[in-house]
Design a protein around this ligand. Structure first.
Ligand code: PHB
Length: 389
C-alpha cells in the first residue's frame, strides 16, 4: 500500500489529523492496534477549548457537539468550606469552554471517517515503523496478512504507550518527567451533576472534582494514593469521601446513586523533545502528558494536530518544508505552557505527602489571592480557556 501520510493511532488526534488532511485532499491511512470499540471505551476528560471546537467545526464534526455541548462561562474553586467562582468569560476576553466528553468527540470523528471513505485499519498487529530518516514505511499484520504501507510522512498519534515515540533512537530524544505520588479515582453516574459549573476542590483530605457529561450524567473524581484500586472502593465509600471534601452546603446537594464506571488514573507530567525526527512527527500523548487538572490533554493534542496539518498542507500545496521544520519548536512552545499550567493547578489543589503545614498554608494563601485578584483570575482564565494556537 502507499499513501501520503500514515497516521499511527485512531484516537482523537489521529482521527482529527485524518479529517483535516482528507478535507485538503491529502491522502492518509490510519493504523490502529486496538478495535474501534476499545478506542471508544476509554473515558477521558470532557472540557474543550474554543480552538478545539473550531477545529472540529472546520472538518464538519461539530453537529452533535453544537447541539449537546454545554457552554461553561466559569468554574468554581472550593476551599475553606466555601465556593469561589472564577468568571472565565469576564477574565478571558469573552472566551468560554465547552463541556463535551472526549469519547463523544472520538465517536463523531469516527463516524465522519467511515463516511469519508478514507481507510482506517483497526486491530493492526505488530505495528513497526521503518526508514523514518529517509523513506518511511509502516509494517503490520491485518487479518493475518503482512502489510507494508509506504508513505511520505508518519504522524505518531498513538499515545504515551504507542510505538511511535519508542521507534526513535533513544539518543535523539530528551525526556522531562514528573510523576505525582497520587492518582484520581473517577466515578461516572447517570445522575444530575451537583452544580451547573465544574468545582475544583482543595481539602486537607485531598483534591476532589465535580464535573459532568450532560445535565443527566455526572463525572466526579477524588485524589487517592497512587497504589489504590477502583475495585476496592464501593460506590458508597466514594460518595462519602467526595462529600467530605466539598463545602458542607455543596455536599448536601450531591445526588448519589449507582455508578456506571469507576477507575483510577495516575498523574504524570511528561515531555519528549523534539517532536520530530526525520519523517516522523509526534502528536498529542505520544509526545507529552499533562496531569488532568485543567483538562489540557485533548486540547494540546488538537493544537499539535493543527500545527502539523498546517505544515503538511504547506508542504504539499506550496512545496515548502518550512512549516515541517518549525513544527517541533512551534508545538513545544504551547506544550510547555500547558505543562506549566497543569502542574500549577495540580500543585495548588492536591495534598502532597511532604507538604507539611507550611505547604498547606501556602496553598490556601494562593487560592485566597487567586480568587480576589483580578490579575490572578485573568491568568487562570486565559490558560483554562486555552492559549491561542
Ligand atoms: C472530566 O470531566 O472528566 C474532567 C473535567 C475537568 C478536568 C479533568 C477531567 O480538569
Amino acid at each position: 500500500m502507499r499513501t501520503q501520510v500514515a497516521i499511527i493511532g485512531a484516537g482523537p488526534a489521529g482521527l482529527l489529523l485524518g479529517a483535516l488532511l482528507g478535507k485538503a485532499g491529502i491522502g492518509n491511512v490510519i493504523v490502529e492496534r486496538s478495535s474501534a470499540a476499545h478506542v471508544l471505551s476509554r473515558i477521558r476528560a470532557g472540557v474543550l477549548e474554543q480552538g478545539t471546537v473550531d477545529l472540529l467545526r472546520s472538518v464538519g464534526c461539530a453537529t452533535r457537539l453544537d447541539a449537546e455541548g454545554l457552554i461553561h462561562e466559569g468554574i468554581d474553586l472550593a476551599f475553606d468550606d466555601s465556593l469561589h467562582r472564577v468568571d472565565l468569560k469576564q477574565h478571558a476576553g469573552g472566551r468560554v469552554v465547552t463541556v463535551y466528553g472526549q469519547t463523544e468527540v472520538t465517536r463523531d470523528l469516527m463516524d465522519a471517517r467511515s463516511a469519508s471513505g478514507h481507510s482506517t485499519i483497526y486491530e493492526a498487529a505488530d505495528v513497526t515503523l521503518h526508514g523514518i530518516d529517509a523513506s518511511p514505511y509502516v509494517a503490520f499484520r491485518s487479518d493475518r496478512v503482512d502489510v507494508r504501507l509506504d508513505c511520505d510522512f508518519i504522524a505518531g498519534c498513538d499515545g504515551f504507550h504507542g510505538v511511535s515515540r519508542q521507534s526513535l533512537p533513544a539518543a535523539a530524544l530528551r525526556v522531562f518527567e514528573r510523576v505525582y505520588p497520587f492518582g484520581w479515582l473517577g466515578l461516572m453516574a447517570d445522575l444530575p451533576p451537583v452544580n451547573d459549573e465544574l468545582i475544583y476542590a482543595r481539602h486537607s483530605r485531598g483534591f476532589a472534582l465535580c464535573s459532568m457529561r450532560s445535565p443527566a450524567r455526572s463525572r466526579y473524581y477524588v485524589q487517592v494514593d497512587a497504589s489504590e484500586h477502583a475495585e476496592d472502593w464501593s460506590d458508597d465509600q466514594f460518595w462519602d469521601e467526595l462529600r467530605r471534601r466539598l463545602p458542607e452546603a455543596t455536599a448536601a446537594r450531591v445526588t448519589t446513586g449507582p455508578s456506571i464506571e469507576k477507575s483510577v488514573a495516575a498523574l504524570r507530567s511528561f515531555v519528549a523533545e523534539p517532536m520530530r525526527f526525520g519523517q516522523l512527527f509526534l502528536c498529542g500523548d505520544a509526545a507529552h502528558i499533562v496531569p488532568p487538572t485543567g483538562a489540557k490533554g485533548l486540547n494540546l493534542a488538537a493544537s499539535d494536530v493543527h500545527y502539523l496539518f498546517d505544515a503538511l498542507r504547506e508542504f504539499y500545496e506550496e512545496k515548502s518544508a518550512a512549516g515541517l521544520d518549525a513544527y517541533s519548536t512551534r508545538a513545544l512552545a504551547r506544550v510547555w505552557k500547558a505543562e506549566r499550567f497543569s502542574w500549577w493547578m495540580t500543585s495548588i489543589l492536591h495534598r502532597f505527602p511532604d507538604q507539611g503545614e507550611f505547604g498547606e498554608r501556602l496553598q490556601l494563601s494562593e487560592l485566597d489571592y487567586l480568587t480576589h485578584s483580578e490579575a490572578a483570575m485573568s491568568a487562570l482564565a486565559e490558560n483554562y480557556v486555552g492559549l491561542p494556537f
